[in-house]
Design a binder for this molecule. Sequence first.
Ligand code: NMX
Ligand code: MLT
Length: 435
Amino acid sequence: MTTLQDKLKQLVPQWREERSRILKDKGALVLTPVTVAQAFGGMRGVKGMICDTSEVQLDKGLFIRGHHLLDIMDLWPEQTFILLLTGEISPLESELTRNLQLEMDRRSQIPRYVLDVLQAMPPDSHPMTMLNTAILVMQRESRFSAEYARGMSKDDYWLPMLDDALTLLARLPGVAAAVYRLHYGKGDPIPWTAGLDYGANFAKMLGIDDPTGDFAQLMRLYLHFHSDHEGGNLSAFTCHNVGSALSDAYYSVSAGLNGLAGPLHGLANQECLGWILALMEKHGGVPNQEQIREHAFETLRAGEVIPGYGHAVLRVTDPRFIGFNRFGREHMPTDPVFMTVDRVFEVVPKCLEEHSNERVKAGKAPIANFWPNVDAGSGALLHHYGLTEFDYYTVLFAVSRSMGMMAQLVWNRAIGTPITRPKSVTMKWIATQAK
Ligand code: NMX
Ligand code: MLT
C-alpha cells in the first residue's frame, strides 16, 4: 500500500540532505539587497524565505512543483495536494490517490461540537469568521500539540503535522459547506459521501443543484487553482510564520485565513462580483465599453481600487484568470455576468494604465500591474450555477488555500525551518545611517 506517509518517509531525508548541501555550498550567497523603499513597501521583491511547493514568475504566473498551471488544469484537488507535497503527479486511479481519497473518507466527519459552535454564532458573523472559528475550536484535537506536550524529537515534527493536515483537509469542505447552509438558511448540513471525490463532495455538501455535474467540475477546478501561490503571499506567509513558532496546523492555518479575509487578498473575490453586479444594475444588463470605462474611473477617482486587478508579483494576466475564462467560454458563453467580466477585461487594463500615468504626473507611485488576477472572474462562474451569495466566496478560496498552507507547514517541519524573526529598524536609525 502506498500512502502519503510512505512517500514522505522516502522524501524527507532527501529534502534534509538537499538543505544541508545548499547551506554548505551556497550559504553565503546574497539573494537580494534590501532597500529602504522595500522595507517601507511591504517587502515587495525581497527574497527572504524558501518554498518548494510552488513558484510564481512575474511574466508567467504559477508553477506548482515546476508544472505551469495551464498545463495541469485537469488535476483534481486530491492530486493537487499530493503534487504540492511530493512533487509527483499521481494519476487518479493510482494507489496513492485512491489511498488519499480513502483517508479523506475516514477523517471527514465533522464533530457535533463544531456544528453547535457554528449554530451559536451571531447571524451577522461573516462566513470567514465562522470558518475560522470552526478551525480554532478543533485545535483541541491537534496531534502535533499533544505529541509536543508529551515530548517529541524534532526529527519527527512533520509526522503529526501531516496527520493534523490530513484531518483538517478532510473536514474543511464539510465545515465550509455547513457554514454556507447554516448562514444562508439552506437547511441542515449535508454529510460527506464516502467514495465520492473531494471536489464533488464539496459541491454536494453545499447543496447546489447540479444535474449535469458541471458545478462539481467547477469546484474541482476552483480548489486546484487557489491552492498555492508560492511562500510569500499573505495567507501562506502568515501561516508559515505562526507555524514556525511550532503552533499546530489549526492555529497556523486559521492565522493564514484571517489574512485571506482581507479585501486586498482573498476577500477581493467577493468585492469583484459586487463591483460587476453594481455595474450591471446601473445599466440594466451587460454594459458597453464606454459605460465600463465610466464606472472604472468613478471607482478610481473615489480613491478606491478596482478589485480583481493588479498584483504584487505578476506583471501579466494571471493564468488562473485565463483558466477560469476558458471554463466560462465552454460552459456559459452567453451568461450576462460572464459576458460583463469578459468585457471588463477588455477595458479596465487601459483605464488602469491611464490612471497610473495620471498618478505618476501627480508624484504618486505607478500601478505596477494592470492585468486581472485570480479573483476577477471566478465569481461569475459561481454565480452562474446559483452560488450567488458572494460574501461566501472567500470561504471557497480558503478551503483551497489551506492545501498549500498545510503542504508548506509539513515541508517546513520536515526540513526544520526555525522560528521567523527578521530585524526591524527605526526611522531614526535609517536617518542616522543616511548621514
Ligand atoms: N485599482 C486601483 N489602484 C490600484 C490597483 C487597482 N486594482 N492596484 C494597485 N493600485 C494602486 C495601489 O493601491 C497603490 O496605490 P497607493 O500608492 O496610493 O497606495 C499603487 O497602485 C501601487 O500599488 P502596486 O505596487 O501596483 O500594488 P501592490 O503590490 O502594492 O498591491 C494588490 C497589490 C493586489 C494589493 C493591488 O493591486 C490591489 O489592491 N488590487 C485590488 C485588490 C485585489 O484584486 N486583490 C486581490 C489580489 C489577489 N488575491 O487574491 O490575493
Ligand atoms: C494569491 O493567490 O495568494 C494572490 O494572488 C496574492 C499573492 O500571490 O500575493
